[in-house]
Write a protein that binds this ligand. Structure first.
Ligand code: ATP
Ligand code: MG
Length: 373
Protein backbone atom coordinates (compact mmCIF):
# COMPACT_ATOMS: atom_id res chain seq x y z
CA UNK A 1 0.00 0.00 0.00
CA UNK A 2 1.25 3.50 -0.80
CA UNK A 3 1.90 5.43 2.36
CA UNK A 4 0.13 8.73 2.87
CA UNK A 5 2.82 11.41 2.34
CA UNK A 6 1.77 13.11 5.58
CA UNK A 7 2.86 9.99 7.50
CA UNK A 8 6.25 9.83 5.88
CA UNK A 9 9.29 11.25 7.57
CA UNK A 10 10.67 14.25 5.76
CA UNK A 11 14.15 14.33 4.29
CA UNK A 12 16.55 16.91 2.94
CA UNK A 13 16.39 16.84 -0.82
CA UNK A 14 19.46 16.86 -3.05
CA UNK A 15 17.89 15.82 -6.35
CA UNK A 16 15.49 17.98 -8.31
CA UNK A 17 12.50 19.95 -7.20
CA UNK A 18 11.69 20.23 -3.45
CA UNK A 19 8.18 19.59 -2.22
CA UNK A 20 7.13 20.80 1.27
CA UNK A 21 5.15 17.63 2.04
CA UNK A 22 8.18 15.38 1.81
CA UNK A 23 11.24 17.61 2.16
CA UNK A 24 12.74 19.72 4.87
CA UNK A 25 13.04 22.96 3.01
CA UNK A 26 13.69 26.64 3.38
CA UNK A 27 10.49 28.63 3.67
CA UNK A 28 10.31 30.53 0.38
CA UNK A 29 6.89 32.11 0.94
CA UNK A 30 8.28 35.67 1.07
CA UNK A 31 10.05 35.19 -2.24
CA UNK A 32 6.87 33.74 -3.72
CA UNK A 33 4.79 36.65 -2.46
CA UNK A 34 7.23 38.99 -4.19
CA UNK A 35 6.84 37.12 -7.47
CA UNK A 36 3.07 36.96 -7.04
CA UNK A 37 2.95 40.75 -6.80
CA UNK A 38 4.76 40.99 -10.13
CA UNK A 39 2.22 38.61 -11.67
CA UNK A 40 -0.70 40.60 -10.23
CA UNK A 41 0.73 43.71 -11.83
CA UNK A 42 0.71 41.86 -15.15
CA UNK A 43 4.47 41.91 -15.61
CA UNK A 44 6.45 39.69 -17.95
CA UNK A 45 9.87 38.70 -16.63
CA UNK A 46 12.77 36.29 -16.85
CA UNK A 47 14.13 34.46 -13.81
CA UNK A 48 17.70 33.81 -14.90
CA UNK A 49 19.68 32.14 -12.15
CA UNK A 50 22.47 29.57 -12.01
CA UNK A 51 21.92 25.80 -12.09
CA UNK A 52 20.50 24.20 -8.97
CA UNK A 53 19.43 27.53 -7.56
CA UNK A 54 15.84 26.61 -6.67
CA UNK A 55 14.14 28.00 -9.79
CA UNK A 56 11.84 25.05 -10.48
CA UNK A 57 10.99 24.68 -6.79
CA UNK A 58 9.92 28.33 -6.64
CA UNK A 59 7.91 28.13 -9.87
CA UNK A 60 6.18 24.98 -8.70
CA UNK A 61 5.12 26.53 -5.38
CA UNK A 62 4.21 29.76 -7.16
CA UNK A 63 1.94 28.00 -9.61
CA UNK A 64 0.14 26.17 -6.78
CA UNK A 65 -0.48 29.52 -5.13
CA UNK A 66 -1.61 31.27 -8.31
CA UNK A 67 -3.98 28.44 -9.20
CA UNK A 68 -6.80 29.75 -7.05
CA UNK A 69 -6.96 33.06 -8.91
CA UNK A 70 -5.60 32.34 -12.36
CA UNK A 71 -5.40 29.57 -14.86
CA UNK A 72 -1.70 28.70 -14.75
CA UNK A 73 0.03 27.08 -17.71
CA UNK A 74 3.32 25.80 -16.34
CA UNK A 75 5.56 23.95 -18.81
CA UNK A 76 9.22 23.13 -19.18
CA UNK A 77 11.43 22.75 -22.24
CA UNK A 78 13.58 20.28 -20.33
CA UNK A 79 12.32 17.13 -21.95
CA UNK A 80 11.05 18.42 -25.30
CA UNK A 81 12.59 17.16 -28.50
CA UNK A 82 14.72 19.53 -30.59
CA UNK A 83 12.28 18.93 -33.41
CA UNK A 84 9.81 21.43 -32.00
CA UNK A 85 12.36 24.22 -32.57
CA UNK A 86 12.80 23.38 -36.26
CA UNK A 87 10.05 25.55 -37.68
CA UNK A 88 6.93 27.55 -36.82
CA UNK A 89 4.56 24.68 -37.44
CA UNK A 90 6.43 22.24 -35.19
CA UNK A 91 6.77 24.86 -32.50
CA UNK A 92 3.10 25.89 -32.59
CA UNK A 93 1.96 22.27 -32.38
CA UNK A 94 4.64 21.41 -29.81
CA UNK A 95 3.89 24.24 -27.43
CA UNK A 96 0.14 23.65 -27.66
CA UNK A 97 0.70 19.99 -26.85
CA UNK A 98 2.83 20.92 -23.85
CA UNK A 99 0.14 23.31 -22.64
CA UNK A 100 -2.73 20.85 -23.04
CA UNK A 101 -0.73 18.03 -21.43
CA UNK A 102 -0.12 20.37 -18.52
CA UNK A 103 -3.84 21.12 -18.17
CA UNK A 104 -4.78 17.44 -18.42
CA UNK A 105 -2.85 16.87 -15.21
CA UNK A 106 -4.68 19.62 -13.34
CA UNK A 107 -8.26 19.43 -12.05
CA UNK A 108 -9.26 22.01 -14.68
CA UNK A 109 -10.91 19.57 -17.09
CA UNK A 110 -13.14 22.17 -18.72
CA UNK A 111 -10.18 24.43 -19.41
CA UNK A 112 -8.31 21.47 -20.88
CA UNK A 113 -11.16 20.73 -23.25
CA UNK A 114 -11.46 24.33 -24.39
CA UNK A 115 -7.75 24.54 -25.24
CA UNK A 116 -7.85 21.19 -27.05
CA UNK A 117 -10.76 22.37 -29.16
CA UNK A 118 -9.21 25.72 -30.11
CA UNK A 119 -5.95 24.28 -31.33
CA UNK A 120 -7.32 22.26 -34.18
CA UNK A 121 -5.76 23.07 -37.53
CA UNK A 122 -3.02 25.35 -36.19
CA UNK A 123 -0.05 25.43 -38.60
CA UNK A 124 1.83 28.64 -37.87
CA UNK A 125 2.20 31.54 -35.46
CA UNK A 126 -0.89 33.32 -36.81
CA UNK A 127 -2.94 30.26 -35.92
CA UNK A 128 -1.20 29.99 -32.56
CA UNK A 129 -1.94 33.62 -31.85
CA UNK A 130 -5.64 33.16 -32.61
CA UNK A 131 -5.77 30.02 -30.44
CA UNK A 132 -4.27 31.88 -27.48
CA UNK A 133 -6.76 34.75 -27.83
CA UNK A 134 -9.81 32.55 -28.33
CA UNK A 135 -8.88 30.22 -25.50
CA UNK A 136 -8.39 33.03 -22.98
CA UNK A 137 -11.55 34.77 -24.19
CA UNK A 138 -13.64 31.65 -23.74
CA UNK A 139 -12.45 30.58 -20.29
CA UNK A 140 -13.10 34.07 -18.93
CA UNK A 141 -10.22 33.85 -16.50
CA UNK A 142 -6.82 35.45 -16.55
CA UNK A 143 -4.03 33.13 -17.66
CA UNK A 144 -0.41 33.07 -16.50
CA UNK A 145 2.17 31.38 -18.71
CA UNK A 146 5.30 29.94 -17.09
CA UNK A 147 8.07 28.32 -19.17
CA UNK A 148 10.94 26.68 -17.31
CA UNK A 149 14.31 25.65 -18.83
CA UNK A 150 14.20 28.09 -21.72
CA UNK A 151 17.93 27.58 -22.36
CA UNK A 152 17.19 24.14 -23.70
CA UNK A 153 16.81 25.75 -27.09
CA UNK A 154 16.40 29.36 -26.28
CA UNK A 155 19.00 30.66 -28.72
CA UNK A 156 16.86 29.30 -31.44
CA UNK A 157 15.23 31.65 -33.93
CA UNK A 158 11.83 29.98 -33.74
CA UNK A 159 11.66 30.44 -29.98
CA UNK A 160 12.72 34.08 -30.30
CA UNK A 161 9.98 34.60 -32.88
CA UNK A 162 7.52 33.10 -30.42
CA UNK A 163 8.70 35.65 -27.85
CA UNK A 164 8.16 38.41 -30.42
CA UNK A 165 4.63 37.11 -30.87
CA UNK A 166 4.04 37.23 -27.12
CA UNK A 167 5.44 40.75 -27.02
CA UNK A 168 3.22 41.93 -29.86
CA UNK A 169 0.14 40.44 -28.24
CA UNK A 170 1.06 41.93 -24.88
CA UNK A 171 1.46 45.42 -26.34
CA UNK A 172 -1.80 45.09 -28.29
CA UNK A 173 -3.56 43.96 -25.14
CA UNK A 174 -2.41 47.09 -23.37
CA UNK A 175 -4.07 49.11 -26.10
CA UNK A 176 -7.23 47.04 -25.74
CA UNK A 177 -6.77 45.41 -29.16
CA UNK A 178 -6.00 41.80 -28.29
CA UNK A 179 -6.53 39.17 -25.63
CA UNK A 180 -3.49 37.42 -24.22
CA UNK A 181 -1.70 36.20 -21.08
CA UNK A 182 -1.89 38.27 -17.92
CA UNK A 183 1.77 37.60 -17.22
CA UNK A 184 4.57 35.55 -18.74
CA UNK A 185 7.41 34.11 -16.64
CA UNK A 186 10.45 32.52 -18.31
CA UNK A 187 13.13 30.71 -16.32
CA UNK A 188 16.59 29.43 -17.13
CA UNK A 189 20.25 30.14 -16.59
CA UNK A 190 20.60 32.71 -19.36
CA UNK A 191 18.65 35.89 -19.75
CA UNK A 192 16.99 36.53 -23.12
CA UNK A 193 19.61 39.24 -23.73
CA UNK A 194 22.37 36.62 -23.49
CA UNK A 195 20.44 34.06 -25.48
CA UNK A 196 19.99 36.28 -28.48
CA UNK A 197 23.69 37.02 -28.84
CA UNK A 198 24.23 33.51 -30.18
CA UNK A 199 21.63 33.52 -32.92
CA UNK A 200 22.44 33.23 -36.58
CA UNK A 201 22.96 36.20 -38.87
CA UNK A 202 19.74 35.85 -40.82
CA UNK A 203 17.99 36.31 -37.54
CA UNK A 204 19.74 39.62 -36.81
CA UNK A 205 16.49 41.42 -37.30
CA UNK A 206 14.92 39.57 -34.36
CA UNK A 207 17.92 40.25 -32.23
CA UNK A 208 17.82 44.00 -32.80
CA UNK A 209 14.12 44.01 -32.17
CA UNK A 210 14.89 42.43 -28.79
CA UNK A 211 12.04 39.92 -28.78
CA UNK A 212 11.15 40.22 -25.14
CA UNK A 213 11.90 43.84 -24.35
CA UNK A 214 8.62 44.03 -22.46
CA UNK A 215 10.35 42.10 -19.67
CA UNK A 216 10.67 43.76 -16.27
CA UNK A 217 13.86 43.30 -14.28
CA UNK A 218 13.67 40.46 -11.81
CA UNK A 219 15.34 41.67 -8.62
CA UNK A 220 14.22 39.07 -6.09
CA UNK A 221 17.12 37.23 -4.48
CA UNK A 222 16.19 33.55 -4.51
CA UNK A 223 19.31 32.40 -2.67
CA UNK A 224 19.08 31.78 1.07
CA UNK A 225 20.10 34.08 3.92
CA UNK A 226 21.07 32.68 7.34
CA UNK A 227 17.55 33.57 8.52
CA UNK A 228 16.08 31.64 5.59
CA UNK A 229 18.18 28.60 6.49
CA UNK A 230 16.88 28.81 10.07
CA UNK A 231 13.34 28.09 8.81
CA UNK A 232 14.54 24.77 7.40
CA UNK A 233 16.66 23.74 10.38
CA UNK A 234 14.02 24.59 12.99
CA UNK A 235 11.54 22.38 11.20
CA UNK A 236 14.12 19.59 11.13
CA UNK A 237 15.08 19.99 14.78
CA UNK A 238 11.42 19.93 15.87
CA UNK A 239 10.51 16.86 13.87
CA UNK A 240 13.66 14.91 14.71
CA UNK A 241 13.55 16.07 18.32
CA UNK A 242 17.15 17.25 18.36
CA UNK A 243 18.80 19.78 20.59
CA UNK A 244 20.73 22.08 18.36
CA UNK A 245 21.58 25.75 18.29
CA UNK A 246 19.61 26.44 15.11
CA UNK A 247 20.67 30.05 14.87
CA UNK A 248 24.38 29.31 15.10
CA UNK A 249 24.22 26.29 12.80
CA UNK A 250 22.27 28.26 10.18
CA UNK A 251 24.87 31.00 10.29
CA UNK A 252 27.61 28.43 9.77
CA UNK A 253 25.77 26.83 6.87
CA UNK A 254 25.40 30.25 5.35
CA UNK A 255 29.11 31.02 5.77
CA UNK A 256 30.01 27.79 4.00
CA UNK A 257 27.49 27.93 1.15
CA UNK A 258 26.75 31.68 0.80
CA UNK A 259 23.14 30.52 0.55
CA UNK A 260 23.49 28.58 -2.72
CA UNK A 261 20.27 26.50 -2.45
CA UNK A 262 21.65 23.14 -3.57
CA UNK A 263 24.70 23.44 -1.33
CA UNK A 264 22.55 24.34 1.68
CA UNK A 265 20.42 21.21 1.28
CA UNK A 266 23.46 19.11 0.40
CA UNK A 267 25.36 20.11 3.55
CA UNK A 268 22.30 19.42 5.69
CA UNK A 269 21.74 16.08 3.95
CA UNK A 270 25.32 14.93 4.60
CA UNK A 271 25.22 16.05 8.24
CA UNK A 272 21.96 14.20 8.73
CA UNK A 273 22.54 11.01 6.76
CA UNK A 274 26.24 10.40 6.23
CA UNK A 275 27.51 11.82 9.50
CA UNK A 276 24.69 10.49 11.67
CA UNK A 277 23.50 13.91 12.80
CA UNK A 278 26.90 15.10 13.89
CA UNK A 279 25.78 18.71 14.07
CA UNK A 280 28.93 20.35 15.41
CA UNK A 281 31.96 22.23 14.09
CA UNK A 282 33.86 19.00 13.44
CA UNK A 283 30.86 17.55 11.61
CA UNK A 284 30.63 20.64 9.40
CA UNK A 285 34.29 20.32 8.41
CA UNK A 286 33.81 16.63 7.63
CA UNK A 287 30.77 17.45 5.50
CA UNK A 288 32.76 20.05 3.56
CA UNK A 289 35.53 17.50 2.93
CA UNK A 290 32.98 14.95 1.71
CA UNK A 291 31.32 17.40 -0.68
CA UNK A 292 34.58 18.72 -2.08
CA UNK A 293 35.87 15.26 -2.86
CA UNK A 294 32.73 14.00 -4.59
CA UNK A 295 31.43 14.29 -8.11
CA UNK A 296 27.93 15.53 -8.81
CA UNK A 297 26.13 17.05 -11.81
CA UNK A 298 26.43 20.64 -10.58
CA UNK A 299 30.18 20.43 -10.00
CA UNK A 300 30.65 18.63 -13.34
CA UNK A 301 28.77 21.45 -15.02
CA UNK A 302 30.81 24.19 -13.34
CA UNK A 303 34.15 22.48 -13.90
CA UNK A 304 33.13 21.91 -17.53
CA UNK A 305 32.68 25.67 -18.01
CA UNK A 306 36.04 26.42 -16.39
CA UNK A 307 37.73 23.71 -18.42
CA UNK A 308 36.49 25.16 -21.70
CA UNK A 309 37.18 28.78 -20.87
CA UNK A 310 40.75 30.00 -20.43
CA UNK A 311 39.60 33.54 -19.62
CA UNK A 312 37.60 32.30 -16.64
CA UNK A 313 40.54 30.15 -15.53
CA UNK A 314 42.83 33.18 -15.56
CA UNK A 315 40.37 35.29 -13.58
CA UNK A 316 40.00 32.50 -11.02
CA UNK A 317 43.77 32.20 -10.59
CA UNK A 318 43.98 35.94 -10.10
CA UNK A 319 41.27 35.77 -7.44
CA UNK A 320 43.05 32.95 -5.62
CA UNK A 321 46.18 35.10 -5.49
CA UNK A 322 44.62 38.49 -4.67
CA UNK A 323 41.50 37.43 -2.76
CA UNK A 324 39.12 39.18 -5.18
CA UNK A 325 39.00 41.68 -8.02
CA UNK A 326 38.18 45.30 -7.31
CA UNK A 327 36.96 47.86 -9.87
CA UNK A 328 35.78 45.23 -12.31
CA UNK A 329 33.50 45.70 -15.30
CA UNK A 330 30.73 43.10 -15.11
CA UNK A 331 30.68 42.55 -18.89
CA UNK A 332 34.08 40.88 -18.91
CA UNK A 333 33.07 38.50 -16.16
CA UNK A 334 29.48 37.99 -17.28
CA UNK A 335 29.76 34.33 -18.11
CA UNK A 336 31.22 33.35 -14.75
CA UNK A 337 28.64 35.51 -12.96
CA UNK A 338 25.70 34.03 -14.90
CA UNK A 339 26.74 30.54 -13.86
CA UNK A 340 27.10 31.50 -10.21
CA UNK A 341 30.85 30.84 -10.18
CA UNK A 342 31.67 34.46 -9.39
CA UNK A 343 29.63 37.02 -7.50
CA UNK A 344 30.03 40.62 -6.48
CA UNK A 345 30.31 40.98 -2.72
CA UNK A 346 31.18 44.25 -0.96
CA UNK A 347 32.35 45.80 -4.22
CA UNK A 348 34.69 42.92 -4.98
CA UNK A 349 34.37 40.08 -7.45
CA UNK A 350 34.85 36.82 -5.55
CA UNK A 351 34.15 33.10 -5.90
CA UNK A 352 30.54 32.45 -4.92
CA UNK A 353 31.12 30.27 -1.87
CA UNK A 354 33.68 28.29 0.09
CA UNK A 355 32.68 24.96 -1.43
CA UNK A 356 33.16 26.22 -4.98
CA UNK A 357 36.49 27.67 -3.83
CA UNK A 358 37.51 24.20 -2.70
CA UNK A 359 36.51 22.31 -5.83
CA UNK A 360 37.85 24.96 -8.20
CA UNK A 361 41.16 25.24 -6.35
CA UNK A 362 41.66 21.47 -6.43
CA UNK A 363 40.74 21.34 -10.08
CA UNK A 364 43.15 24.11 -11.11
CA UNK A 365 45.99 22.62 -9.07
CA UNK A 366 45.46 19.11 -10.46
CA UNK A 367 45.20 20.50 -13.96
CA UNK A 368 48.53 22.33 -13.70
CA UNK A 369 50.17 19.32 -12.13
CA UNK A 370 48.92 17.08 -14.93
CA UNK A 371 50.13 19.51 -17.58
CA UNK A 372 53.60 19.86 -16.10
CA UNK A 373 54.14 16.12 -15.95
N1 ATP B 1 13.30 25.85 -0.75
C1 ATP B 1 14.37 25.05 -0.72
N2 ATP B 1 14.87 24.59 0.45
C2 ATP B 1 15.96 23.80 0.51
N3 ATP B 1 16.64 23.40 -0.58
C3 ATP B 1 16.21 23.83 -1.79
C4 ATP B 1 15.05 24.66 -1.92
N4 ATP B 1 14.88 24.91 -3.24
C5 ATP B 1 15.87 24.26 -3.89
N5 ATP B 1 16.67 23.61 -3.02
C6 ATP B 1 17.86 22.79 -3.34
O1 ATP B 1 18.28 23.09 -4.66
C7 ATP B 1 18.16 21.93 -5.49
C8 ATP B 1 17.72 22.32 -6.87
O2 ATP B 1 16.41 22.85 -6.85
P1 ATP B 1 15.62 23.15 -8.21
O3 ATP B 1 15.56 21.93 -9.03
O4 ATP B 1 14.37 23.84 -7.84
O5 ATP B 1 16.66 24.20 -8.86
P2 ATP B 1 16.77 24.70 -10.36
O6 ATP B 1 17.35 26.08 -10.28
O7 ATP B 1 15.47 24.54 -11.06
O8 ATP B 1 17.86 23.70 -10.97
P3 ATP B 1 18.19 23.46 -12.54
O9 ATP B 1 18.84 24.72 -13.03
O10 ATP B 1 19.16 22.32 -12.54
O11 ATP B 1 16.90 23.17 -13.22
C9 ATP B 1 17.18 21.01 -4.77
O12 ATP B 1 17.38 19.65 -5.12
C10 ATP B 1 17.53 21.30 -3.33
O13 ATP B 1 18.70 20.60 -2.97
MG1 MG C 1 14.95 23.54 -12.79
Amino acid sequence: MIKDVTEMKKEFNITGVCVPEINYMVDISDKITGIEEMVDKGYCFVISKPRQYGKTTILNELSKKLNSRYVVLFVSFEAVSNKIFENEENFSLGILKLLTDNLRMTPQKDVYEILSRHQEGVKDFDGLSITISEFIDEIKKEVVLIIDEIDKNGNNGVFLKFLSLLRRKYLSKQMGKDITFKSVILAGVYDIKNLSTTIKEEEEEIRFNSPFNIAMDFDIDISFSDKDIETMLSQYVNEEKLTLNVEEMSRKLYEITSGYPYLVSKMAYIMDKKLQKKWDIEGLQEAIDIIISEKNPLFDYIIGIIERNSEIRNILKEIFVDGGIENFTPYVYEKAIIHGILVERDGKLVIHNKIFEGIIFNFLMDRERAQSE
